[in-house]
Design a protein around this ligand. Structure first.
Ligand code: GUN
Length: 284
């Protein structure tokens, strides 16, 4: 039976450690770290995410600024909100909750966030720095997965790592981080031939495809570390991209859903906000 990597426990520990660093920052620089969150519209899942982000921001001792804009906001309304926060010297991080309503140009809006306030690590400048191995803000979910892998104390160097999914938010940065950790990385996606065989050769398997219980036991190598990034709402309730009860019998480590990668994402958002604030002070 696999060991469970609890994101709930690990994120709580990281948030408590961050709380101390945030207090030290405040003592050193005489100001609070501030994260601004913008939510446009009334997507119920986004409302829950934003509520949890604000709650955790305050828990670690940072100041949170929340902007709730109506569903029918114009491009100009949202752009003005982002631009005001971009200019505000008291704001360290800006998060625009995605997805935005369909009539808004996501790329255009995100690109108004200065790279040094991009706590999501979504901007081309920050992704580019990740590619060439420069210090930067890394997207929260893959950053959180790396902390979970680190918590196992298993060396990653030389391991075969397979990432299922190639999104800009998870799959691509995940592959880059695993490569940086000296893994041999394969990225699988919907057009991959022999997906099952490739996965079955993975020492580290990261599932980020958004298909409920897609990864079955026959796709998993005995003793593999299996990380489930999926959160799918089904008739059975919340399930991941991994068929947990089958795969836990074969894996050495596995992450649960819920209580796995999800809570880590918020902890890493706060870590990113802290790092952005620190970099801004150091570059001031
Ligand atoms: N929507 C779902 N996940 C995320 C995230 O990590 N960041 C932002 N900005 N929006 C999201």
């Amino acid at each position: 039976m696999a060991n469970i990597i609890s994101g709930k426990e690990l994120s709580a520990k990281l948030k408590d450690e961050l709380k101390i660093k945030v207090k030290e920052f405040e003592e050193t620089y005489g100001r609070k770290i501030t994260l601004a969150v913008i939510l446009v519209g009334e997507n119920p899942a986004s409302q829950v995410y934003v509520k949890n982000k604000i709650k955790s921001t305050e828990y670690v001792g940072m100041r949170s600024l929340a902007y709730y804009l109506p569903e029918n906001s114009t491009e100009k309304d949202v752009e003005e909100t982002v631009l005001a926060l971009a200019k505000d010297v008291n704001v360290d991080g800006i998060l625009v909750q995605l997805p935005l309503p369909k009539h808004l140009d996501e790329g255009k809006i995100l690109n108004l966030i200065p790279a040094e306030k991009d706590v999501d690590g979504f901007l081309a400048e920050n992704v580019g720095k990740l590619v060439i191995g420069e210090e930067t803000t890394v997207a929260c979910t893959p950053f959180g997965v790396m902390q979970m892998l680190k918590s196992t104390n298993i060396p990653l160097s030389g391991k075969n790592a397979v990432v299922i999914g190639r999104s800009n938010i998870v799959g691509k940065p995940m592959a880059l981080l695993l490569l940086q950790a000296n893994c041999t990385v394969t990225v699988c996606h919907s057009k991959t031939v022999n997906l099952k065989e490739i996965c079955a050769n993975a020492d580290v398997l990261v599932a980020a495809i958004g298909r409920p219980e897609f990864v079955t036991a026959d796709m998993v190598k005995e003793g593999a570390i299996v990380i489930d990034v999926g959160i799918n709402r089904t008739e059975k309730g919340l399930v991941g991209d991994v068929k947990f009860y089958e795969v836990e019998k074969k894996a050495s480590y596995i992450t649960p859903v819920p209580g796995g990668v999800g809570p880590m994402t918020i902890a890493m958002l706060l870590e990113n906000t802290y790092l952005c604030a620190l970099r801004r002070e150091k570059n001031a």
